[in-house]
Design a protein around this ligand. Structure first.
Ligand code: NAD
Length: 485
């Protein structure tokens, strides 16, 4: 026990260029959900820490907003190199507080690196309308200015990746940032602060580590914060939107999802089943774009359920400390496993529903749930309508294309969707009809730094990645000159 306790490092938060404890002196414990062991302590940031960080970000904004795109680009490129050189360490840390297989967490760092490199380039290529005389004797031009200090609030499912989605465009365009990772997964963000300290002036990047339920409201309502960018649950996003309304802060909301995958009768079933094995169960299904709802055509439904069941049974999963060759580790916490278990049990009790694979919680330490496939739930059932955020995929049988599209759209979320078909006409027709921010055709899950990610409906608004994120983190200013003076 003593030996274990000695290994538990206590981190510091990063405010105004300094690593400091919480003003209260209090700390929070961080667990490895794969084992249930405490692996670190972090400052329990409170209202005073929020105030210091927001003021530091506002002070730094005065000079950072005046830097050139080239200067910001060079800083971001150096940051990307530093992350790359510590990718293994960061990946191991990411695995330790998320319960992911370590090689997968290390691979995520390559995505983080690429995002910072992309935004380093993108900020040097701002686009706008022509400066010209839209009114005789008056010359108009359009500026894109930074918004100001941004509160960047990240979730636990891809801690540093989600932070990079926010920090890349924010810093590239001259904003300063107060980053608040999830209290479950603050370790990579606090380590990232060491790298930011090397490459950015004091106050440009600040990292707090408190719980959203305790200090989130102060951060969102702080008068020096001009924009709140949050990736999280739709309930949290709505609360943040209400709080931010008092000071009309700009919002960037990346919230929940319930991704449909339509399998038409002419689809390549092997490709679809292999793709859903990855897209539905990656990160234990704790993914806002997870392929959670399969809607399969009448002629292929039975064959597809069999093929997908074979894929799900073959998923390699377990304790990441026992093998480096796993597709799935633990869930984020026992509370998440409780939630998944309760939703599967409620679905199991409904008429016509069949648990084809899994449906049980292993009796072992750590937050685990079996990869699970559920057939035939009703469209209005909870398991179809609500986010499970666990390794659970449902399959429904549709009668015709119109029903498939209607069911796909019939949820409050609108983040991402997919369809598998051999018909180019159907692919075009259905991708137009799907009310989601992304439609993958004969594909699922794949993102690049150049392509936008973000939802409609209750999945929120704003785009991560791509040049559209650059637009979201800047304000458009019209400057008009009376050229007769
Ligand atoms: P969460 O909503 O519980 O927490 C997200 C972040 O918000 C955390 O940092 C949390 O501390 C903070 N927070 C909580 N209450 C707050 C408040 N009142 N004010 C300010 N901050 C507050 O979400 P989670 O459980 O960490 O992540 C899972 C959710 O994230 C899922 O719903 C998932 O779909 C969503 N998600 C969405 C995307 C996307 O791109 N749309 C990506 C990843 C995850």
């Amino acid at each position: 026990m003593t030996e274990l306790m000695e290994k538990v490092r206590t981190y510091q938060q990063f405010i105004g260029g300094e690593f400091v404890d919480a003003t209260s002196g209090e700390t929070l414990e961080v667990e490895n959900p794969a084992t249930g062991q405490v692996i670190a302590r972090v400052p329990k940031s409170g209202a005073e820490d929020v105030d210091r960080a927001a003021n530091a970000a506002a002070k730094a904004f005065e000079s950072w907003s005046q830097t050139t795109p080239q200067e910001r680009s060079l800083a971001l490129l150096k940051l990307a190199d530093s992350i790359e050189s510590r990718a293994e360490e960061l990946g191991r840390l990411e695995a330790a507080h998320t319960g992911k297989p370590t090689p997968i967490a290390i691979d995520e760092m390559a995505v983080v690196v690429d995002l910072f490199r992309f935004f380093a380039g993108a900020c040097r290529q701002l686009e706008g309308v022509a400066a010209t005389e839209y009114l005789a004797g008056h010359t108009s031009f359009i500026r894109r200015d930074p918004v100001g200090p941004v509160a960047s609030i990240a979730p636990w499912n891809y801690p540093l990746y989600m932070a990079a989605w926010k920090l890349g465009p924010a810093l590239a365009t001259g904003n300063t940032v107060v980053l608040k990772p999830s209290a479950r997964t603050p370790l990579t963000a606090l380590t990232f602060a060491e790298l930011a300290a090397e490459h950015f002036p004091a106050g440009v990047v600040n990292v707090l580590s408190g719980a959203g339920s305790e200090m989130g409201d102060q951060l969102v309502t702080h008068p020096k914060i001009r924009m709140v960018s949050i990736t999280g649950d739709t309930v949290t996003g709505k609360r943040v939107a209400k709080l931010a309304a008092d000071t009309l802060k700009r919002l960037h909301l990346e919230l929940g999802g319930k991704c449909p995958v339509i399998i038409f009768d002419d689809a390549d079933l092997d490709l679809a089943a292999e793709t859903i094995r990855m897209g539905g169960y990656w990160n234990s299904g704790q993914d806002c774009t997870a392929a959670t709802r399969v809607i399969a055509g009448p002629a292929v439904y039975d064959a597809f359920v069999t093929k997908l069941a074979d894929q799900v049974k073959a998923i390699k999963w377990g304790d990441p400390s026992e093998s480096d060759d796993l597709e799935m580790g633990s869930l984020i916490a026992q509370a998440q496993a409780d939630k998944v278990e309760a939703m599967v049990e409620r679905a199991r009790g409904q008429s016509g529903v069949e648990i084809v694979v899994g449906g049980a919680r292993p009796k072992r330490a750590g937050a685990y749930y079996e990869p699970t496939l559920i057939a035939n739930p009703a469209q209005d059932s909870e398991i179809i309508q609500d986010e499970v955020f666990g390794p659970v995929v449902t399959v429904q049988r549709f009668a015709d294309e119109e029903t498939a599209v209607r069911w796909a759209n019939d949820v409050r979320y609108g983040l991402a969707s997919a369809l598998f078909t051999g018909s180019i006409g159907r692919a075009m027709r259905v991708s137009k009809a799907l009310e989601f921010g992304t439609v993958w055709i004969n594909e699922h899950f794949t993102l690049t730094s150049e392509t936008p990610h973000g939802g409609v409906k209750e999945s929120g608004w704003g785009k991560d990645g791509s040049k559209y994120a650059i637009e979201d983190y800047t304000t458009v200013k019209h400057v008009m000159i009376n050229s007769g003076v």
